[in-house]
Design a protein around this ligand. Structure first.
Ligand code: AMP
Length: 128
């Protein structure tokens, strides 16, 4: 997956599109997901351009990587789910379900989140 400088998150970072900001520092921006899947659903992105988690892990500095994961924790704290529990998720590549080619961490919380991934169809019985 190559980096498209006109992807929606790049446009948010340039101020060309609006976002509902949760927090920001020199390394990261966190904002509300436009189609929330839980009462808390925030996206955390690095300000530099990395298409996927693969690129991020291979090219970003340790400081940038720490800032992103700490950003997810800061979001959980800011949104009041640090103690009740939350989930972070990074979709990567086509089979990982990544739609926007700028690496991002989802932070979900505010309700019981259930299974991590759906069961594959072949393991679902008629009683499920
Ligand atoms: P992913 O499938 O992991 O690439 O997730 C992309 C996420 O970006 C989805 O949850 C979308 O709802 C979200 N999204 C797309 N456009 C926007 C936007 N303009 N502002 C906030 N979130 C967005």
């Amino acid at each position: 997956m190559s980096y498209d400088p006109n992807n929606v998150f790049a446009r948010i970072l340039r101020g060309e599109l609006p976002c509902k900001k949760v927090l920001e520092d020199t390394e990261i921006l966190a904002f509300e997901d436009i189609q929330p899947q839980a009462p808390v659903h925030v996206l955390v992105i690095p300000k530099k351009s990395y298409a996927t988690l693969n690129d991020f892990c291979e090219q970003a500095s340790d400081g940038e990587i720490a800032a992103l994961i700490r950003g997810a924790h800061r979001v959980a704290k800011a949104r009041g789910v640090e103690q009740s529990g939350y989930r972070i998720l990074v979709n990567t590549g086509p089979e990982g379900g990544q739609e926007v080619p700028h690496v991002h961490v989802h932070v979900f919380g505010g309700r019981r989140l259930g299974r991590m991934v759906p069961k594959p169809p072949e393991s679902v019985s008629k009683t499920d």
